[in-house]
Write a protein of this length. Structure first.
Length: 140
């Protein structure tokens, strides 16, 4: 008796392909997420540096930091992943603080001051101590 063989894939072959794709996805996705987080973190650090530069221009024109706002750096003010603020703002000093939000929640707060000191506190999304930083930007 002659078998009628039809071309195509068997169910087992298709299940094996789905299994391989699932394993590769499970390995690749966390790595991709870390890459995106590093990219978002680097972007906000650059935006903080831009605000610091703009703050220096503001001070050279007004002889004070008083009156400066995060709006001087529109990219930072409108960043969807971090909320920026100036918790310390005097005539001669400032601190730029960014807090993670949305997909970056849990990444930790970052700070930059007028002396160029940086801080990244992975343990807290709300505060970063520039006098005793857990990490600096270059230290991560």
């Amino acid at each position: 008796m002659k078998r009628n063989v039809q071309p195509g894939f068997t169910l087992i072959e298709l299940l094996m392909v789905v299994l391989v794709i699932g394993v590769l996805s499970a390995i690749a996705y966390p790595s991709y997420q870390r890459y995106v987080e590093r990219g978002n973190r680097a972007a906000v650090q650059g935006q903080m540096m831009d605000l610091a530069r703009t703050m220096e221009v503001f001070r050279s024109q007004n002889f004070t930091y008083d009156g400066a706002t995060v709006a001087l750096a529109p990219d930072l003010a409108n960043n969807p992943h971090y909320a920026a603020s100036l918790p310390t703002l005097t005539s001669s000093t400032y601190v730029i603080l960014v807090r993670p939000r949305q997909v970056m929640a849990g990444d930790g707060a970052m700070a930059l001051d007028n002396r160029g000191r940086t801080c990244w506190n992975e343990a807290s999304d709300t505060a970063c101590d520039l006098d005793n930083p857990p990490k600096t930007w270059s230290g991560h």
